[in-house]
Design a protein around this ligand. Structure first.
Ligand code: SF4
Ligand code: SF4
Length: 619
């Protein structure tokens, strides 16, 4: 933290932290989100700021509805989500775009450009066109702070939800942010019943569409005048560049002499400003991550522009990409390759943590290649990777159960149907898996559901949820979900609801086999906490007895990163069969003492170290 002569504070912040601070300084009253990389820290940061109700809602749709309810009561509200979260919230989004808002409502949506932690790459600006919503696109944390403040005013002035489109680079990169004085908290707008506006029955829709058309026209004027849409002049006017978001910094770096139009308020598109800009340059290049959104709009408006054809089709766009695109357009020779070739970096694929309960689950599922395993979104997605390679599908939050139902039904009448397993974690089940289970029981699809309760929304950093009985702040929540009761209420027969400890390999596999043979939907609940939760008990690290170890490598199939290979050998057996052997040791820093690997070792070569007893001399 620092300060300047002006008395204003400067803080070193990520974009997510800046959005949180900007919302707080704009008089935010309610913030609701479901965790999702790269957006998670927004509401986490807000939860540490005073005077705001912050919550983890059960999914993004509910979070948006919570924020909209607060807005209805005239309070400023924010919801945050990753790009795929907006798909979940889309039904409410489309309606909220028609009702409009009372108190300012900001939807901070973080697009994982480069899909570093997501199942796809999506451009949330597409939603803004679909729903007729304005979009602010910060290029860095400073802009994220200022735009968030402005977004509330824009939202209230035009009674419209505002999309604040962030990308991974803005969310996570830190810089010094000059804070502004907190805005005076606006007086709550008085709530009055207004069914014509807030009850979207068919008879009310036409009026709302008319209101939306008037709002569109007003917002077009705002975009033309916005101080966030900035022309930076340049001496080399052969090529003018239009950019938005963090890629505008890449353009400045690549083409410092080219005129640049930065679209901070990128929807509605300020066509008048673009035309004016176009008139002063030879040709236009649109640089945008991830989808061409502005480019087709300009083409449709009759402007000749270059864009995606000369830029990468996905992922982050760098200064080198922009330079190469400019050379292609201007017919200049390609740059010679850099003199120094970068060293290849040793890849380190993500894996489950040492002691994670999922290790036991996948140890066994990897030994059942005939089973079709429909996975879901969470750490357990990693079951698709070596050494387990057991998960067949991962698509979207909660999708495992519905897909598994389809796989089961498709095999109806087959002589030897494959067993079907769905794997889903506690938080994802509560997010959008429950409906899939209800469908399984309603349709009596023969699926074995592994409900992996690890007491956290683990993949995004161990956030609390209704399953662990703690609220966002870590305090006791009034609700702790009883999964056995919940799945019974969703139609699973009591005898088909089982509990199994994935650390107890033999008992776990016995339960799994029994339920896979059953001819009804079943749920096996595993309850081992994530190693990063306060519920996890770390034990003494295990050791390998080298005299006992015969190199069978069975323990490596557990996939624990604490089991390290020390030596590999190929041996030819008397039968002529060639076998791969590996000897191991255990990393005492990583090992949590869970004993899964010990249970996988038939020779008992892995065990807790003998405790040394130190006899103390009497004083
Ligand atoms: S973070 Fe938790 S749930 Fe995820 S792999 Fe590690 S121990 Fe398992
Ligand atoms: S006991 Fe074995 S499986 Fe468990 S954390 Fe230690 S090395 Fe990994």
């Amino acid at each position: 933290m620092g300060s300047r002569d002006s008395g204003l504070q400067t803080r070193f912040m990520s974009g997510n932290e800046a959005v949180a601070q900007g919302a707080h300084d704009a008089g935010l009253a309610v913030a609701a989100a479901y965790p999702g990389t790269p957006s998670t820290e927004i509401v986490e940061t807000i939860s540490r700021l005073p005077g705001v109700h912050a919550e983890w809602s059960v999914n993004e749709k509910v979070a948006l509805e919570v924020a909209l309810g607060a807005s209805l009561m005239g309070r400023r509200a924010l919801t945050a989500m990753k790009h795929v979260g907006l798909n979940v919230a889309a039904d409410t989004l489309m309606s909220a775009a028609l009702t409009g808002v009372h108190g300012g409502l900001v939807i901070a949506v973080a697009d994982d450009v480069g899909f570093s932690s997501s199942q796809n790459e999506q451009d949330s600006r597409v939603w803004s066109r679909f729903a007729h919503l304005p979009v602010l696109e910060p290029a860095d944390a400073q802009q994220a702070y200022l735009m968030t403040r402005d977004a509330f005013e824009l939202s209230e002035r035009h009674e419209v939800p505002v999309l604040l489109r962030l990308t991974t680079r803005v969310c996570h990169v830190k810089r010094a942010v000059l804070l502004q004085p907190a805005m005076p908290r606006p007086d709550p707008i008085e709530y009055r019943k207004n069914a014509e506006r807030w009850v979207l029955s068919p008879g009310h829709v036409a009026k709302r569409l008319e209101a939306r058309a008037a709002r569109d026209a007003a917002l077009r004027d705002v975009a033309e005048q916005s101080h966030w849409n900035v022309v930076t002049p340049g001496a080399d006017r052969r090529l003018g560049v239009i950019a938005s978001g963090p890629v505008s910094h890449a353009v400045r770096e690549a083409l410092p002499d080219a005129p640049l139009l930065t679209l901070g308020l990128s929807a509605p598109l300020p066509l008048g400003l673009v035309r004016e800009f176009a008139a002063g340059v030879g040709t236009l290049l649109v640089v945008e991550e991830s989808e061409p959104v502005v480019e087709p709009e300009l083409l449709a408006a009759g402007l000749a522009v270059h864009g995606r054809a000369v830029l990468p089709p996905y992922g982050e766009i760098s200064a080198r990409h922009v330079r190469d695109a400019a050379r292609t357009i201007l017919g200049e020779p390609a740059a010679s390759p850099p003199a120094v070739t970068a060293q290849r970096i040793f890849t380190r694929p993500p894996t489950l943590c040492a002691g994670c309960g999922y290790l036991g689950v996948y140890y066994w599922l990897s030994r059942m290649p005939n089973a079709v395993v429909c996975g879901d979104i969470g750490c357990y997605t990693l079951g698709a990777s070596p050494p387990w390679s057991s998960v067949d599908t991962v698509l979207a939050m909660g999708a495992s159960l519905g897909m598994a139902g389809g796989v089961a039904k498709a095999q109806a009448g087959d002589a030897a149907p494959r067993p079907v397993v769905a794997v889903i974690g506690d938080s994802t089940f509560l997010h959008s898996g429950m409906q899939g289970l209800l469908n399984l029981t309603y349709q009596q699809a023969n699926v074995t559901v592994l409900l992996l309760d690890n007491s956290a929304t683990a993949m995004t950093g161990g956030q609390n949820n209704p399953a662990n009985g703690r609220d966002l702040h870590g305090g006791a929540a009034p609700v702790k979900v009883d999964f056995a009761k919940l799945v019974e209420a969703l139609g699973v027969r009591p005898e088909r609801i089982r509990h199994a400890d994935p650390y107890e390999l033999p008992v776990f596999v016995k339960t799994l086999r029994e339920e896979m043979k059953a001819s009804a939907p079943s749920v096996i609940i595993t309850s081992r906490p994530c190693v990063f939760t306060p519920d996890f008990n770390r034990d003494l690290p295990l050791v390998v007895d080298e005299d006992q170890c015969n190199g069978c490598a069975n323990c490596l199939d557990v996939g624990c990163p604490a089991v390290l290979t020390t030596r590999r050998e190929q041996q030819v057996r008397a039968s002529g069969k060639v076998v791969d052997l590996a000897w191991v040791k255990i990393d005492p820093q990583l090992c949590t003492g869970c004993e899964i690997c010990a249970k996988a070792c038939a020779r008992g070569a892995i065990a807790k170290p003998a405790r040394r007893v130190i006899a103390l001399e009497p004083a």
